[in-house]
Design a protein around this ligand. Structure first.
Ligand code: SF4
Length: 202
């Protein structure tokens, strides 16, 4: 099998794909290798976040396998969610590099993820319910407020989220308007969708 990747320390934006590279941007390299070595299984990777991109690469026969790094830190359940059709529950990596590359590699500290509050135990917290009636009021519906409100609701609290603006998502929504930062938009969208499913939240 050949894993076709790219990037050295001097081209770090290609080694740890910059957020502005499209999903599967290395597919043309994998295709060239596949054509040169038709008997080998060829894998591609690079900012592949949504299942549609992955399918399109495979259907187009640019590669035989899809590799994902940061996406599986952001949501280790990606394969399971795709298999069971829970596409809108996928927590996409936003390519910020803060918790994984920055925290783990840069600072040599335990790995973190901006969009996944618990990299090690994922959804395990949902099993730990409050054992008495608890009201929670969260002020501010940015990503931190949404995450806090959803978590409180998921563990059994009666939760109220108060936001003065007409839209949720706070700064993340505004920053995602910058062309190089559009991937960030997925995070507030994902949180908002999750909140909508929690009936006692609004
Ligand atoms: S910290 Fe940022 S770049 Fe790293 S996996 Fe999480 S969302 Fe992706």
């Amino acid at each position: 099998m050949i894993d076709v990747s790219a990037g050295l320390s001097d081209s770090i934006h290609k080694q740890i794909d910059a957020s502005y590279y499209p999903d599967g941007w290395r597919r043309y390299m994998a295709r060239a290798i596949k054509e040169a070595f038709p008997d080998k299984i060829v894998m591609t990777s690079g900012n592949i976040r949504n299942p549609q991109s992955a399918c399109e690469i495979l259907e187009n026969q640019d590669a035989d396998l899809i590799g994902m790094g940061r996406q599986t830190i952001a949501d280790p359940s990606w394969p399971h969610k795709v298999k069971t059709g829970k596409i809108d529950e996928i927590r996409q990596c936003i390519s910020c590099n803060i918790g994984c590359a920055g925290h783990r590699i840069g600072l040599n500290r335990p790995i973190r993820c901006t969009v996944n509050p618990d990299v090690f135990y994922d959804d395990f917290y949902k099993k730990q319910k409050v054992n008495k009636k608890t009201n929670v009021v969260v002020i501010g519906g940015g990503t931190a407020g949404l995450e806090a409100a959803c978590t409180a609701s998921e563990v059994g609290c009666t939760t109220f989220l108060i936001e003065k603006e007409k839209t949720l998502g706070g700064l993340a929504r505004q920053i995602s308007q910058i062309p190089e930062k559009t991937r960030i938009a997925h995070f507030p969208k994902y949180l908002e969708k999750g909140a909508e499913k929690l009936h006692d939240l609004f």
